[in-house]
Design a protein around this ligand. Structure first.
Ligand SMILES: Cc1ncc(COP(=O)(O)O)c(C=O)c1O
Length: 388
């Protein structure tokens, strides 16, 4: 049993950080005496990682009966990880619980990361860093077609959060810029915490794949809610980008509910690259959690036929998915991630990819602040309710 070491108060901010013993692994089957069930082994594995209570958990788990009836498919549910709190919510809050706890434990006073200009990760990292008393430094790379003035959507929120925003041009070197900033911070006598985009790949100061551990724990939360509601999940569909959301889901599903298929919908990367990335993070996660589990290539489903022209480029199918989800369930999706993932779900339902007896969960990973900078494209293709 990992021992609960302490509940330390973070200086100056008054937030409790649960700190657990980092050593003494309980891999499957190595508990003394009685044989522990996978859920117990899993919970103990997660409890060995430090967490900062930033996210509002558990997030709601709800049925979408009107959308299911409209599409003519199986039962559809939604896991509302857009409701995690932390400056408009999204999947990054779960990851930041673990990542920023690590930053605090390492005595960091700034957090340095990189992403795109309209990054949800950057916005939520800024909010979480602020909440834990650290300064956010964001290296944001502009795409050719993207303007940064006036600040809108996530970029506006980054500014409100007082993040130190460094915009770099499309051909700029993000990682070199991050390295320069981190060494300038160190020269100034400060301790920066460098973490990669999306909190997915290890590197910089994040030496364990704790973003994926967080999502493994998110799947465990979902499974508990479904079981309590008497619902047997067969599929989870979600937007997949930097990979740790999917990697965590895959690890926990394989261990706790191997009948559940995790279907990642690419938001811009190719199938081959996405599958390899998720597989690598999932395997690293199994190792970090000291689980007795093999993740096979067949466990990773990463579909690249739904992102359209390119990452971040809107199309009429995405607008249709956003509008229909809003008009049937009152749920807002975003144009870059969840709207595209929903086009995949729509297509699979309409083309009979699921059996009528299946139960499909759409994991809503957030991103809604990006609706605003996409206002023109959205308005152009939004169906008129009078024509529906
Ligand atoms: C709203 C939203 N959904 C999904 C994702 C993809 O998550 P991951 O990067 O863990 O694959 C992101 C990543 O930025 C996101 O912002």
């Amino acid at each position: 049993m990992p021992a609960l070491r302490s509940f330390a108060l973070v200086a100056g901010v008054g937030l409790a950080i649960a700190t657990f013993s980092a050593c003494g692994g309980a891999g499957a089957g190595d508990l003394e005496g009685d044989v522990a069930d996978p859920m117990t082994i899993f919970d103990e594995a997660v409890s060995r990682f430090e967490q900062a209570p930033l996210a509002h958990l558990p997030t709601p788990f709800e049925e979408m009966p009107t959308l299911a009836a409209e599409l003519g498919g199986p039962r559809l549910f939604v896991k509302r990880d857009d409701q995690t709190g932390l400056a408009f919510g999204g999947n990054k809050a779960r990851k930041l619980d673990f990542i920023l706890a690590d930053a605090v434990a390492k005595g960091s006073d700034s957090v340095v990361t990189w992403a795109g200009v309209q990054s949800n990760w950057a916005r939520m990292t800024a909010a979480g860093s602020r909440r834990l008393g650290m300064d956010p430094i964001l290296v944001l790379q502009r795409r050719e077609d993207q303007s940064v003035a006036p600040a809108d959507g996530n970029l506006l929120l980054d500014r409100i959060l007082g993040a130190d925003v460094r915009i770099i041009e499309p051909d700029g070197d993000r990682e070199a810029t991050v390295a320069e900033i981190a060494s300038a911070e160190r020269e100034a006598g400060r301790t920066p915490y460098v973490v990669s985009v999306g909190g997915s790949r290890t590197g910089g100061d994040m030496v364990l794949p704790v973003g994926a551990v967080a999502y493994a724990n998110g799947f465990r939360e979902l499974l508990g809610q479904a079981r309590e509601a008497g619902v047997t999940i067969t599929h989870v569909v979600h937007a997949s980008g930097s990979g740790s959301t999917q990697a965590g889901l895959v690890v926990a599903a394989k261990m706790l509910a191997p009948e559940v298929r995790i279907i990642g919908i690419s938001t811009g990367g190719s199938k081959a690259a996405g599958e390899a990335n998720v597989l690598a993070i999932a395997r690293e996660t199994v190792e970090a959690m000291q689980l007795d589990l093999e993740i096979e290539p067949a466990d990773v489903v990463f579909l690249d036929e739904y992102f359209g022209e390119a990452y971040g480029v809107l199309n009429a199918d995405v607008v249709e998915a956003i509008a229909l989800t809003a008009r049937t369930e009152g749920i807002l999706l975003d144009p870059v991630y969840t709207g595209k993932a929903m086009t995949g779900l729509f297509d699979m339902v309409r083309n009979g990819a699921f059996r009528p007896t299946d139960t499909v969960v759409f994991l809503h990973t957030g991103g809604t602040p990006a609706l605003f900078p996409y206002r023109e494209g959205l308005l152009e293709d939004l169906p008129d309710p009078a024509d529906e």
